[in-house]
Design a protein around this ligand. Structure first.
Ligand SMILES: [Zn+2]
Length: 533
């Protein structure tokens, strides 16, 4: 570990660089991250390392570089601008009205805090801690419902880009408790592991969900929730443990969009002593789906309402042309990321709350919700786009409607709400000045440089945004250890990553000879890193 000696290890928190976004590293004159920042980034990667399911060599590109394509940037990495997310707790009678607090918080703190709120004393000690700062000292009875809302891709950098798009969230943060130093706490900063951290109060190193793909024992790369199966989560979620301990009297429910959101809710009847509770995934074609072997699927679809919301959005610009900001609303992928779909989802959530009797009796219930549209708009049109602002605004209006619904159905002072996000968003390289590191080129270069056997096995099998997957059985034949691969990658430069005949793009705010990575890990161990002392 060069240049990092003597640096202190600091607890997770964004104070080192603030919320200034991805240009930070360049703005400091290209000096790169400080040693305490690098420690922080490495710790996030280590918390995210699950063993065989994770990359063998984890790579930390120098911000704002990332591994991925320039036109579809992946929001995967340990940097503050992806890790910093909002956390607002609100619930008169249960949550204190403290406004902004500076205490550090992470995604692992939600489950223990919820356990405390609902009076579930048997919650095991894991990685997260109870956020006492937010809880009232003496509440007469626990809330009848604790509702958790995730704005997918609604991290601080996306919110700060569109400060006028979330007036209601801001109001709740003033009337509740808002954790200014909230981070997701682990890397990669992608939906499956972070939602599972939320559900389990544990890091991926404990819960076992590493990324968008997990490598299996027989060397396949599969969706960790393939077949809507949450069975790869190694520990019980709060919903699993609490429901079983209370003889399945609580409603433990989830409303999401895709299988990756199942990490919030867990195993359903697949957990020992568990039963089938309501879980709905609202797909982009607007049909609902569940895994009815382990969950229930309440009948809540209402296609006529979707048409009404779509027509209302179409009419917003005064022209009934089936277009929203010039995009064709008859294209389901457009409609899915639009405010019409957000409004429809909120409508279905209200039907869901009624259908499941959420909060109807004094036994506290849990509801987990993901709004995917803010992330989808970011992927389709970019973090800085007006479409992303529209998605956030629509989610903010949905939040206001949800509070009204809870007051009406569950009752005033009978519920608590937690609002957060699973990651920030990655700006385009032409906005950040970063290098979109081509993973396939990195893989080809690694194999050309290091794989000298002629056995039909590629030493580096895959490069994903979090790093390199290595055929460990091809290390010894090449006389190599994982550390050698990590150190090779650590020396990799921008010019090395050019494809044949390619040239450095004008938008790149650096030199061809720049090294692209600040740190490389072999397994969970740091093999090489550089930093500003
Ligand atoms: Zn995303």
């Amino acid at each position: 570990m060069s240049g990092c000696t003597g640096a202190s290890t600091q607890p997770d928190g964004p104070e080192q660089s603030g919320p200034s976004g991805p240009r930070t590293a360049r703005d400091r004159g290209g000096a790169g991250a400080s040693c305490s920042e690098i420690h922080q980034l490495v710790r996030r990667v280590q918390r995210g390392y699950t063993g065989r399911g994770s990359p063998d060599v984890s790579l930390i590109p120098r911000a704002p570089n990332y591994i991925g394509t320039a036109d579809m940037p992946a929001h995967s990495g340990p940097w503050d601008y992806l890790a910093e997310v909002p956390l607002v707790l609100y619930g008169p009678g249960h949550i204190r009205a403290r406004g902004a607090v500076e205490r550090r918080a992470t995604m692992a703190d939600l489950a223990p805090t919820q356990a405390r709120l609902i009076g579930f004393r048997a919650w095991p000690h894991r990685d997260g801690r109870v956020l006492w700062d937010a809880l009232t000292k003496h509440s007469p009875a626990p809330p009848r419902a604790v509702v958790t809302i995730v704005w997918d891709g609604g991290g601080d950098n996306a919110l700060e880009e569109h400060p006028g798009s979330w007036p209601y969230l801001r109001r709740l943060s003033e009337r509740g408790t808002s954790f200014q130093q909230m981070t997701i706490g682990s890397s990669p900063s992608v939906t499956p592991p972070v939602h599972t951290t939320l559900g389990t109060g544990a890091w991926p190193a404990t819960h076992g969900i590493p990324a968008l793909k997990v490598r299996t024992k027989d060397n396949r790369y599969v969706d960790p929730f393939e077949g809507l199966d949450p069975g790869r989560i190694r520990v019980g979620t709060l919903a699993d443990l609490y429901d079983a301990a209370e003889d399945n009297r609580p409603v433990t429910a989830a409303f999401g969009a895709i299988d990756w959101h199942l990490g919030m809710i867990g195993q359903g009847s697949g957990w020992p002593g568990g039963d089938r509770d309501p879980v709905v995934l609202l797909k982009y074609l607007a049909d609902t789906l569940s895994n009815e072997a382990i969950y229930t699927l309440p009948a809540i679809e209402d296609p006529a309402a979707l048409s009404r919301y779509t027509n209302a959005l179409d009419a917003r610009d005064g022209e009934l042309d089936l277009k929203w900001r010039g995009h064709d609303l008859e294209d389901e992928t457009v409609r899915y990321a639009s405010p019409a779909h957000v409004a429809y989802q909120q409508h279905l959530i209200e039907r869901f709350i009624t259908a499941t009797d959420l909060g109807e009796d004094p036994v506290p219930d849990l509801l987990y919700v993901n709004f995917k549209m803010s992330d989808d708009a970011g992927h389709s049109w970019g973090m800085t786009s007006p479409e992303t602002a529209d998605a956030l605004s629509a989610q903010d209006r949905a939040l206001r409607r949800l509070v009204r619904t809870l007051n009406r159905t569950v009752g005033r002072k009978q519920w608590a709400l937690m609002i957060t996000a699973d990651h920030g968003q990655m700006p385009y390289p032409h906005e950040s000045g970063g290098w979109a590191i081509a993973g396939s080129e990195l893989q080809a270069d690694a194999n050309a440089a290091l794989d000298h056997t002629d056995n039909g096995v590629d030493l580096v099998e895959f490069v994903k945004s979090a790093g390199m997957y290595v055929r460990r059985d091809d290390l010894t034949p090449n006389g190599l250890a994982l550390d050698d691969l990590a150190r090779w990658a650590y020396g990799y430069r921008a010019e090395d990553n050019l494809r044949g005949g390619g040239r450095i793009p004008d938008s790149y705010d650096g030199d061809p000879g720049d090294r692209l990575f600040d740190a490389a890990l072999a397994g969970r161990r740091l093999a090489a890193a550089r930093c500003r002392p």
